[in-house]
Design a protein. Sequence first.
Length: 266
Amino acid sequence: MKSFLAFVLLVSLPFVPGAPAAAAPASPSAVTPPYHVVRPGETIKEIAAVHHVTPGQLRAWNSIRKPYQPVPDGVLHLAKPAVPLTGWRSRIEEVTPGQVNWDPKRACPVLPANLRKVWVTYIDFYGVARAGSLVVNKAIAARVQRAFLSLYRFRFRIQGMSPMSINAPWITDMGTVTAGYNCRTVAGSATLSQHSYGLAVDVNPVQNPMVRGGYPGSGGFLARDAYRRGMMHPAGAVRAFTANGLAWGGRWRTLKDYMHFSTTNR
């Protein structure tokens, strides 16, 4: 817990019938430095020894100052990145009805005036710092902001956040996106999801699936004792949210929702 607390203190084209669809841009995976996903108990010195680099190099490549140690679920560069990490930035903005696809006929439970767009710096799967956003209820905007600050300090990686056309144009499946507000019902029911109230956030849905018949494309992530890029565990990235008053769906009994955090524990 002491090391956890110490680290937290650290710092479109028109459609033409018959025309082929434009290919999504290639991901930068080919030029991404090798990386290491931190497991519980690992130190900078131990990780450096395993990968035959020096602790100083590891700290420099990942902008980690002494004496701070990495947090589980963090991801460390094992070579010098082409672009170093930027400083973390954030802002909270009001939203317009159009930005949240507001339709009075749908009887969504929260008015756009009570929603906020939270902009944060996040680290993508290739180690690049990007400006991403998600919409949440204004009542929890500051908590969500602090949680994403912790994720950044942990060096946790996020597959994608809005605007995806800028942050990850090579991804076409919006089901992979880390997001908040969405006026919808719980899958398989008529009950409004906590996302409809802006009181829930989903992080890396593919890597942290909902387990009730599984989640498309997530078969390789159902073994939760693995430590892979973007996965969240109780001793690691999960604490960024639980420390800010959001309960984790990975602790539910009859259903596991490893991506899901909410203030209501629903």
